[in-house]
Design a protein around this ligand. Structure first.
Ligand SMILES: [Ca+2]
Ligand SMILES: [Ca+2]
Ligand SMILES: [Ca+2]
Length: 287
């Protein structure tokens, strides 16, 4: 009797812990380290060399904001390239997909969010900022780039983690993005929802960012933040897929994770309960 009661109690505790981890920390497919969720990209899939190579993406959630960091060889203002119409190839825009649908579906339904953070890129929206009602558009053609994702993969870049650790295979990338045109900027029909704040590598480091933990630090590390409230989403926990390509489609990376919107206090409360229970179970184990 005693044993079964104990088993029942342990079972209940485990169930509570699972429930807590499910509700307050939505499925994190990326790799968590010091509050940042990381997606580490292949280091050898930047077509054209290190200037076009992305090494990683990371996302951190605070009470009211989302911070995004990128590292690799591409500077925020892009690099000179005579093959591009504007003689410059830079970052595309960042897409955030909270729909749990693939990119192409969410894009055609205009249910993506997007961030233009590179002020000199070929985005179809005129200013940097956070955008909603977003459909993807392609600027690979005017940036000396790939006409399709299939053409990129067929050019020798079918490697492990070519869209980061969360879309690790070509099949996973095709399922999410399709194998056709690489949609890499926000289209002109999107609505601006808010502004973004640029973050330097030093500011990101002060926020705990550490691509070095994964030996993934590129020569360029940059980022930005925006207010969660500007997304205009109903309160709740959301799974996201974040993704970005450079303007030519020569490299891209995706990151899967979860955020709470806008969630001011209850997350901390649940985390505290979780810690207390974990602490209790540790004490129990040591006896
Ligand atoms: Ca890469
Ligand atoms: Ca360009
Ligand atoms: Ca890549």
């Amino acid at each position: 009797m005693k044993t079964s009661t104990l088993k029942k109690l342990i079972g209940t505790t485990v169930a509570s812990l699972s429930l807590i981890s499910m509700s307050s920390f939505p499925a994190m497919a990326g790799q968590l380290h010091n509050e940042w969720n990381y997606g580490i990209d292949s280091f050898s899939d930047g077509s054209g060399g290190e200037s076009y190579n992305i090494r990683g993406i990371a996302l951190k959630e605070t009470t009211d904001s989302i911070l995004v960091a990128l590292t690799g060889g591409m500077p925020i203002a892009g690099v000179t390239n005579s093959g591009a119409m504007d003689k410059n190839i830079g970052w595309g825009d960042l897409f955030l997909n909270f729909t749990n649908k693939n990119f192409t579906t969410a894009s055609s339904q205009r249910s993506l969010f997007g961030v233009r953070f590179a002020g000199t890129n070929d985005s179809k929206v005129t200013t940097t900022g956070l955008y909603g009602n977003v459909q993807g558009a392609s600027v690979t053609g005017v940036n000396h780039g790939y006409s399709s994702l299939q053409q990129y993969y067929n050019s020798g870049f079918d490697k492990a983690n070519t869209q980061g650790t969360d879309l690790a295979t070509k099949a996973a990338a095709y399922t999410y993005f399709g194998q056709g045109t690489i949609l890499n900027v926000i289209d002109s029909g999107a609505n601006q929802l808010g502004s973004i704040q640029s973050l330097t590598s030093t500011e990101l480091k002060n926020q705990g960012l550490d691509f070095g933990f994964f030996n993934a630090t590129g020569s360029q590390t940059l980022g930005f933040s925006f207010k969660k409230g500007d997304l205009g989403l109903a309160d709740g926990n959301y799974d996201y897929m974040a993704s970005i390509f450079v303007e030519c489609g020569n490299d891209g990376v995706a990151l899967k994770g979860g955020v709470s919107v806008p969630e001011p206090g209850s997350l901390a409360g649940l985390a505290l309960v979780g810690l207390t229970l974990l602490g209790g179970s540790r004490l129990y184990k040591s006896h």
